[in-house]
Design a protein. Structure first.
Length: 126
């Protein structure tokens, strides 16, 4: 989430931005492959992810959401769409916890409402 936040703030989601973030902030070589998969995956699928978030948010454009909230949701939606080994409810619960820690008082409920709606729609497609 912090890497996506960094790139969102700088409006730069290039490979160089990911590498710069890693050089300065990623300390665990063991977690680096998973970090890169999530970060690069979100960047590559961002149009699809943002479209899903906007579709299930009531009158909220992605650009109007807090940078923290939208990047937390981007990660969770990426996991829900592309990481079948991670249960959707786990992704949602982690997103809510991160939102409570880094977002506002309302972030947890806001994130939960949108992500749960996406989860339900994905389950109905199966």
């Amino acid at each position: 989430m912090q890497a996506l936040f960094y790139m969102d703030m700088g409006q730069n989601d290039s490979k160089e931005a990911v590498q710069l973030f890693c050089e300065n902030f990623v300390t665990s070589k063991r977690n680096l492959p998973f970090f890169l998969e999530l970060t690069n995956g979100v960047i590559e699928a961002m149009p699809e992810i943002d479209s899903a978030i906007e579709r299930f948010s009531s009158n909220w454009k992605i650009s109007r959401m807090s940078i923290v909230d939208r990047n937390i949701m981007r990660l969770a939606v990426y996991e829900m769409l592309f990481r079948k080994d991670i249960p959707s409810k786990v992704s949602i619960n982690e997103a809510i916890d991160i939102g409570k820690k880094f977002g506002t008082k309302e972030s947890g409920a806001f994130i939960n409402g949108i992500l749960d709606s996406i989860r339900i729609a994905l389950e109905e497609k199966k």
